[in-house]
Design a protein around this ligand. Structure first.
Ligand code: GDP
Ligand code: MG
Length: 439
């Protein structure tokens, strides 16, 4: 989704003044990108209408940077689609605060119960996890393992009691033991059915939770939205936790849920580990969707665009220190495929200093074309061993490539810089690999 939106909006950037048609064309592409990302049709329609209305306003069309304006509007409307501000968990003034986790089987309720417990424990709360899934084999054990890892107590009464009784008993247990936060992990089914809803309703009326959090799997796209709607109608929910967002490249559910259910996404699950939980920030998510940079999308990009075989070859050459100008060219091309270099380095943690050292190495298309021309004007021998390029050879290369001797010199300087940089890269390669194979 991110790539598609970027390309749709990127086209606007190359224009000076925008016409109404430019905006319309861009919006058509944005619309397709959203639909492809499995965003609810009606949501898309309303969204496009709003953005378009705002974009053809005088302020935008007459501004000096209309494309920037349009991008800003898309960003704002995406943010507003997801609820504008961060929605927090309501903490009761009269402890314990009771949170009831609901959702379909496999959505991530048990994992998220633990994650939430850990999250609030770090904030000084004393959570109690409650095992109310008495159906799924080993569900109780699973919660106990989670609790152990986090050093959070888990209340259970085996699988013979009813969830209502367990929840009730857990509440008195919490009060006795000074637990100010009770997180109830309930059972799910593969599909929404009445038995499940009835049971959840009775737990709800018994313990009167402060928050009913629906856990949905973002990878299920539109289904996640439908599930949210059904749970909200039957049970009334206070918020949504969107799990497995680490595996969801389309991001459609995040965009639809709020506007379809009118209930906010409160947290997102970003992985299987117990600290992979983040409060949901609509603005950050919008930026992520618009591709304004986060490390995950960077890794995806790197994986898409870097030829692994070539990268491995290059790695060997770097190790043997016999990098030549042809490799330099190839590397420049690969980097160019990923997008503007300064942005990419900016997204990498700890790469800021390398970016500074790169100085004026400008990896835009023109530069690459010129580099290509210069390298191609060299003999094979010169490419392999640039040190033989003396003044007369440089003159010949400059003439052959339609550039100047200064251009040739600059290229050679950049090449040497890159050789130096590559030496540093080999040092930090292990950690890069762990992140996802940027060789
Ligand atoms: P429940 O049936 O709703 O209780 O779901 P579980 O908590 O047992 O989770 C089902 C599976 O989803 C488990 O394998 C979890 O590790 C996995 N899971 C849960 N949340 C996330 C997440 O945010 N990201 C990823 N990648 N996996 C998750
Ligand atoms: Mg479970």
């Amino acid at each position: 989704l991110s790539d598609k939106l970027q390309s749709a909006l990127g086209k606007l950037k190359s224009k000076g003044k925008l016409t109404e048609k430019d905006v319309k064309d861009a919006m058509r592409e944005v619309k397709l990108a959203l639909l492809e990302a499995d965003v609810n049709f009606k949501v898309v329609k309303d969204f496009i209408k709003k953005v378009q209305e705002r974009c053809v306003g005088q302020e935008v069309m007459e501004s000096l940077t209309p494309a920037q304006h349009v991008i800003k509007i898309v960003n704002e409307e995406l943010t507003s689609l997801m609820g504008d501000v961060q929605s927090k968990i309501m903490i009761s003034s009269k402890p314990p605060t009771v949170i009831m986790m609901v959702g379909l089987q496999g959505a991530g309720k048990t994992t998220t119960s633990g994650k939430l417990g850990g999250y609030f424990k770090k904030q000084g709360k004393r959570p109690l996890l409650v095992a109310c899934d008495v159906y799924r084999p080993a569900a109780i054990k699973q919660l106990q393992v989670v609790g152990e890892k986090l050093d959070i107590p888990v209340f259970n009464m085996g699988d013979k009691e009813s969830p209502v009784n367990i929840a009730k008993a857990a509440l008195s247990h919490a009060i006795k033991n000074n637990n100010d936060l009770v997180i109830i992990d309930t059972a799910g089914r593969l599909h929404i059915d009445e038995t499940l809803m009835d049971e959840l309703k009775s737990v709800k009326s018994e313990v009167k939770p402060h928050e009913i959090l629906l856990v949905v799997d973002s990878m299920t796209g539109q289904d996640a939205v439908n599930v949210s709607e059904s749970f909200n109608e039957a049970l009334g929910i206070d918020g949504v936790v969107l799990t497995k967002l680490d595996g969801d490249t389309r991001g459609g559910a995040a965009l639809s849920i709020r506007s379809v259910t009118k209930k906010p996404i409160k947290f997102i699950g970003m992985g299987e580990k117990l600290d992979d939980l983040e409060p949901f920030h609509p603005d950050r998510m919008a930026s992520r969707i618009l591709g304004m940079g986060d490390i995950l999308s960077l890794i995806e990009k790197a994986q898409e665009n870097i030829d692994i075989e070539k990268a491995k070859e290059l790695e060997q050459k770097i190790k043997k220190q016999d990098l030549d100008l042809e490799d330099f060219l190839e590397q420049m091309e690969q980097i160019q495929n990923m997008g503007p270099l300064d942005k990419i380095l900016g997204m990498m943690p700890g790469m800021g200093n390398i970016k500074d050292q790169l100085g004026d190495v400008d990896m835009n298309g023109k530069e690459i074309k010129r580099t290509k021309a210069i390298v191609q004007a060299m003999t094979i021998e010169e490419r392999r061993n640039p040190s033989i390029l003396n003044a007369s050879r440089k003159k010949r290369v400059a003439r052959g490539s339609g550039t100047s001797v200064q251009d040739v010199n600059r290229l050679l300087k950049q090449f040497n810089e890159m050789k130096k940089m590559m030496k540093m890269f080999t040092g930090s390669q292990k950690s890069m690999k762990k992140r996802g194979g940027f060789a």
